[in-house]
Design a protein. Structure first.
Length: 383
């Protein structure tokens, strides 16, 4: 396909590479890391700084429970990789298996948790129900509104800034080339191959291109003639001053649509959970909640958070698909172009699993973790 390029200001330096990764969030960086480790020449383009978008603004939960069962095997494989990530990267990510607790405020929710427990256990994930006493013992700061919960002890969290830093250093150590503040602007496609990725000053000639551009993946894909059903959607996070909750776990209150977790520095991060259906998100992209409203909700569940000082709040963009599952893998019509986007708010925990699976797909011709559930073609067959 030859067409007018967006930007053709001056001659570009030509750089050959085995794999071009577009997007320096956790998904692109993890993919680049596992490829560089296997000796592939890899280049990562990030139009801002690494982790500047969702991957640096995330709540950083590494969660298996409460997943769509089609996503669970990938989440479990990823958790297995998280366990060794500090050794692997020779750095500290502050990953900890401090557990994840879904907390109920109604009997109806407890019944839903019970049903989910049975399903998840039959899928091979250990989860357990907590009655009110056990829950209170594990999380003493909860209010009496909390009736019980569902606990996944092998879930956990990490610190996003540390993970990004560790990945960047490890990629460099393995010879990968990183290009911050460098935007992929356009592509040259010949036949069924993407032969060039163009920035303002460089023409990369990769064997394989990976589109890991998060909410912008759909926009970039249009430049190679591919339509991705991905919409940006804002998600908020609020940070308190340091406060002692006597619980290290990640707490989710689905009935109240809020969650919280302690950071390694002793602050609490809490935020709203979107109650929009994916179909709503595809139609109307924005609904932010006032910070005071979210704080009132969380304080009704954890009274200690009612009076603490709020340091800051921010927003990051999720990349949401119609079924909230990611799109991972090749796309029809192009033989050397792979998408890894549409993580719909779950991409931080999945990052290492996706990176490892894609490096195996690119190097060995088959992914190390099955990816069929995430093919783009599922949307075509759904019509
Ligand atoms: C508030 C909040 C809370 C969250 N909580 C959790 C959680 O607890 N657990 C969990 O698993 N997930 C969570 N998520 C979701 C998770 O953070 C994301 O799914 C994940 O970070 C996505 O990573 P990514 O690498 O795919 O995309 P991103 O981090 O969005 O990275 C994409 C990158 O591509 C770059 N880019 C875009 N276009 C171009 C271009 N043309 N050229 C070069 N670079 C480009 C962008 O600058 C960006 O840095 C949360 C997200 C938010 C915002």
């Amino acid at each position: 396909m030859r067409r007018e390029r967006l930007f053709d200001l001056h001659p570009r330096e030509v750089v050959d590479t085995d794999v071009m990764v577009i997007g320096g969030g956790i998904v692109g960086l993890a993919t680049a890391y596992y490829l560089a480790k296997r000796g592939r020449r890899v280049a990562v383009l990030e139009r801002s700084t690494f982790g500047f978008e969702a991957s640096g603004r995330t709540a950083a939960g590494v969660r298996q429970q409460g997943r769509d069962l089609r996503e669970l095997p990938l989440a479990m494989a990823s958790v297995a990789l998280w366990a060794d990530l500090d050794d692997e990267l020779q750095d500290q990510t502050y990953y900890r298996r401090s557990g994840n607790i879904f907390i109920a405020v109604s009997a109806d929710e407890m019944a839903k948790f019970q049903a989910a427990t049975e399903q998840e256990r039959s899928a091979g994930l250990y989860v357990e129900m907590l009655d009110r006493d056990r829950l209170k013992h594990m999380v003493p700061s909860l209010s009496d509104r909390c009736l019980g919960g569902k606990h996944c002890p092998s879930d956990g969290m990490a610190e996003p800034w540390a993970v990004i830093r560790a990945l960047v250093a490890a990629i460099t150590r393995h010879g990968g080339r990183l290009y911050p503040n460098t935007e992929a602007l356009d592509f040259v496609v010949q036949g069924d191959r993407v032969v060039s990725v163009l920035t303002d000053t460089i023409e990369f000639r990769p064997e394989v291109t990976v589109n890991a551009a998060g909410p912008w993946a759909a926009l970039l894909a249009t430049r190679v003639g591919v339509t991705l059903p991905i919409r940006p959607f804002p998600a908020q996070l609020i940070e308190t001053e340091q406060v002692e909750l006597r619980c290290d776990g990640f707490l989710v209150f689905p009935g109240e649509a809020v969650y919280c977790r302690p950071t390694i520095s002793g602050c609490i991060h809490f935020g709203p959970i979107s109650v929009l259906t994916p179909r709503d998100v595809m139609k109307s992209p924005s609904q932010l909640s006032p910070v005071a409203q979210v704080r009132t909700k969380i304080a009704s569940l954890i009274p200690a958070l009612g009076g603490v000082h709020i340091r800051r709040a921010w927003m990051g963009l999720l990349d949401v698909t119609p079924d909230t599952l990611p799109i991972i893998g090749p796309v029809p019509g192009l033989s050397n172009y792979i998408v890894a986007a549409g993580f719909s708010g779950h991409g931080f925990g999945l990052g290492p699993g996706v990176g490892s699976a894609l490096s195996a797909l690119i190097v060995d011709g088959r992914p190390s973790i099955p990816l069929q559930a995430f093919s783009l073609s599922r949307f075509a067959s759904a019509q």
